[in-house]
Design a protein around this ligand. Structure first.
Ligand code: SAM
Ligand code: SF4
Length: 329
């Protein structure tokens, strides 16, 4: 049976956060210091995640993405990938990572059955990478991407967060890098999910501005007409036939009407939206001996409670109580 909300949207996509910890400190996600992480015993175990995923698949989930925090910090991640890939009904497993630890783990992840991966990289400039992430790991990320390609992970996409007055010089070089390496770049408009309240609408580099830069710097783009209408990214290809790019434009073009996602945080809360204020505790039922029926009810109830969409563009917008790293981007 499909997992349908009261607006008729079918939810077949589950994003699971592996941890709220991270080895770098992107300013639009985490503060530089003083972050209070969830104590380890409060983080769901692989067994608990696997059981939850099984029940979610029974409810209608078909696609799973592992994220975080930084998911590669979780020891033995390939073991979980293998378990999830073995659940009957799971059609697709993907991973979103900052790539710092990818070079060492790409082979094992591929062997465990992972294929699709998104690597987060906002710039090809080492100094700006350091400015954004407050760490000096640019070379490690580039090695991670190369190793992922070498072992056959793919499709590989790059997630680049678009912050105004900062990454303008990176937009075109990233698109060129993607074209040269068979990687789709996905530009993500800066969203109000930082822990320090830094977001302002005029700090968002908007999709239309980026398209203009890329067309000026490289050449004309055409919308890909047959792209999946439920995918969050609006996808374009270069008219010369080489390469494609995508935009996740939550600010300038919210895609809530097509949303098919639910999210499980590392500490066991189920959320119907990145920006949700309410969340449903599933760790309690996973640990108190409740049966799968109870979990099924909670999953269906969370989806039924889903709102029509976030209100970033209105005066009523209230940022969620958790920043990005604690939700699972
Ligand atoms: N650590 C991994 C990573 O960076 O890819 C996975 C978790 S991270 C929270 C997931 C994605 O969220 C990142 O790829 C980044 O592009 C995006 N992100 C983080 N903070 C954001 C923000 N304030 N606005 C838009 N995207 C953001
Ligand atoms: Fe870490 Fe990803 Fe957040 Fe950057 S965006 S601080 S890599 S969790």
């Amino acid at each position: 049976m499909a997992l349908t909300d009261t607006y008729g949207r079918i939810h077949d996509n589950l994003r699971i956060s592996m941890t709220d910890r991270c080895n770098i400190r992107c300013f639009y996600c985490m503060p530089e210091s003083g972050v209070k992480f969830v104590p380890k015993p409060e983080i769901l175990s692989f067994e608990e995640i696997e059981r939850f995923a099984r029940v979610a698949v029974e409810a209608g989930v078909r696609k799973i993405r592992l994220t975080g925090g930084e998911p590669l910090l979780r020891k033995d991640l390939p073991r979980l990938v293998e378990k999830l890939a073995a659940i009957p009904g799971v059609e697709d497993i993907a991973l979103t990572t900052n790539g710092v630890l990818l070079a060492d783990q790409a082979g094992a992840l591929h062997a465990a059955g992972l294929r699709r991966i998104n690597v987060h990289l906002d710039t090809l400039d080492r100094e700006r990478f350091r400015q954004i992430t407050r760490r000096d790991d640019f070379d490690a990320v580039m090695r991670g991407i190369a190793e992922a390609q070498r072992v056959g992970l793919g499709p590989i996409k790059i997630n680049a967060v678009a912050v105004k007055n900062l990454v303008e010089p990176d937009i075109v070089p990233l698109a060129r890098f993607g074209r040269e390496n068979g990687i789709e770049i996905r530009y993500i408009e800066f969203m109000p999910l930082d822990s320090q309240g830094l977001w302002l609408r005029d700090k968002v580099l908007l999709q239309d501005e980026m398209i203009a830069m890329i067309e000026r710097g490289i050449g004309p783009l055409d919308v890909i007409p047959d792209a999946d209408p439920r995918a969050p990214a609006l996808e374009y290809r270069f008219r010369d036939g080489t390469g494609r790019i995508g935009f996740i434009s939550s600010v300038s073009r919210p895609f809530c009407l097509n949303c098919n996602r639910i999210r499980l945080t590392a500490d066991g809360k189920l959320r119907y939206c990145l920006f949700a204020i309410d969340e449903t505790d599933v760790k309690g039922p996973l640990r108190d001996g409740s049966g799968d029926e109870r979990l099924l009810e909670l999953i269906r109830g969370t989806v039924r409670a889903k709102w029509l969409g976030h209100e970033i563009n209105t005066a009523q917008f209230v940022p969620p109580p958790r920043p990005m790293y604690a939700i699972g981007g």
